[in-house]
Design a protein around this ligand. Structure first.
Ligand code: MLT
Length: 407
């Protein structure tokens, strides 16, 4: 008899954004003429940068001829992309990361989900609350969390992120955790962490041979000077951190799919007898066994982000989304709502002073606006909704009018 992975029965029936999509479909079916504005999942709306599109067209032409045809790519990704990522994302900022420490992939979500395969089943995990569900669910699937009891897993350590700590927890409450997931700018709260705050985490991790899994998917939204874009801006982070980068929000690649993960040389976990084992060769082994790379065409597109035009174009698109966020934040604040996030992030975290799923339903029914209920990100998300700034200006202005009417 085929035995199922029982860990799946501990998990919420559907992924948060799938549940929201079901509710929106039901609403749309019942109200076919309603013009629904989607400020829920953080999916980009603006087209790819022209320089990215041109590079991808050229890459298609390469694939069409015998001379420049590319089959399977190099296992870590093409050097042309890794070298530019290492230089522009790190070295030009004074951060010591080399091209051979970068692993190109089809996006940060997969890498965030897959990385836990490198660790023992008994490893203790700490996550923020609220939290991007992928960090939690992938550890549930792997059997590391125990049962779900009232929305929390007994085997996880939850670090509450709320107004009292500015939505940035410190390492004080991590207990015996071996791995902590950190995401800054944060999904879902939009909060950013200072260098001092991240340095405390790095010192904590180095002090107890623990590991930080740092999700920097939203770093391109940082506009406040001095806010770190990478965990490796902290002293000693190379010996205690893996970082995930995404081109999804940086350059509109949610549909194209490309990102990368940084696993520094010399970063180790420990065998049963205490022998250090390097994680970089393990990740290479994992990826070469289970993954065949992002396509050549995609990687040529990603490379174009690093040209001067690509940098200018992608920055302009992010500025456009940030302005969407600023307009909505201002409107919601003028309606009396407390709003975190926005300035350095595409997400607004809105204090709705009540049940977040009820508020989500109300906005959907009364204003035809899709948001994300904070409770979907964890117990400490109750009382909030998340609003995404990814949309056209026309829709954002229309949403503001609807907020004013409905709220
Ligand atoms: C989100 O809305 O939280 C993200 O877009 C989801 C994701 O990146 O998987």
């Amino acid at each position: 008899m085929l035995h199922v992975n029982e860990n799946y029965s501990k998990i919420q029936a559907s992924y948060l954004f799938t549940e929201i999509a079901h509710r929106v479909s039901a609403h749309q079916a019942a109200n076919p003429s309603a013009k629904v504005i989607r400020l829920g999942i953080g999916d980009v709306t603006e087209p790819l940068a022209p320089s990215v599109v041109a590079a991808m067209h050229r890459a298609v032409d390469d694939e069409a001829g015998r001379t420049n045809f590319h089959g399977y790519g190099p296992e870590q990704g093409y050097a042309f992309l890794r070298e530019k990522a290492a230089k522009i994302d790190f070295q030009d900022r004074g951060v010591d990361i080399a091209a051979d420490e970068i692993f190109v992939s089809d996006g940060a979500k997969c890498d965030c989900g897959n990385i836990q395969e490198l660790f023992g089943g008994d490893v203790k995990i700490a996550v923020g609350d609220p939290v991007y569900p992928v960090y939690v669910d992938t550890n549930v699937m792997a059997g590391r969390t125990g049962a779900n009891d009232g929305g929390r897993y007994a085997g996880l350590t939850y670090l509450t992120c709320d107004a009292s700590n500015g939505f940035v927890p410190g390492p004080e409450a991590t207990g015996d955790a071996d791995v902590v997931y950190l995401c800054y700018p944060n999904n879902p709260t939009g909060a950013v962490a200072t260098l001092e705050q991240l340095q405390k985490w790095v010192d904590w991790a180095n002090g107890r041979k623990a590991l930080i899994l740092f999700d920097a998917a939203y770093e391109a939204f940082i506009r406040t000077p001095g806010i770190p874009h990478s965990i490796y801006e902290c002293r000693g982070a190379r010996t205690c951190a893996i970082e995930f980068r995404s081109y999804s929000k940086t350059a509109g690649f949610t549909g194209v799919r490309c990102g990368y993960t940084v696993v520094p040389k010399g970063l180790v976990a420990y065998a049963d007898d205490g022998t250090p084992v390097e994680l970089r060769p393990m990740w290479t082994r994992r990826q070469t066994t289970k993954f065949n790379g992002a396509s050549y065409i995609t990687q040529r597109g990603a490379e174009a982000i690093y040209t001067p035009e690509g940098q200018r174009e992608t920055k302009a698109t992010i500025d456009f989304y940030l302005e969407n966020g600023r307009l909505m934040k201002e409107a919601l604040q003028s309606l009396g709502y407390g709003v975190t996030g926005g300035g350095d992030s595409p997400y607004l975290w809105v204090d709705v002073k009540g049940d977040s799923w009820a508020f989500f339903d109300r906005l959907l029914k009364e204003a035809n606006i899709v948001t994300t209920p904070g409770a979907g990100f964890g117990r400490a998300g109750e009382g909030y909704i998340r609003i995404s700034s990814f949309n056209s200006r026309e829709n954002v202005l229309e949403a503001i009018e609807r907020f004013k009417k409905a709220l």
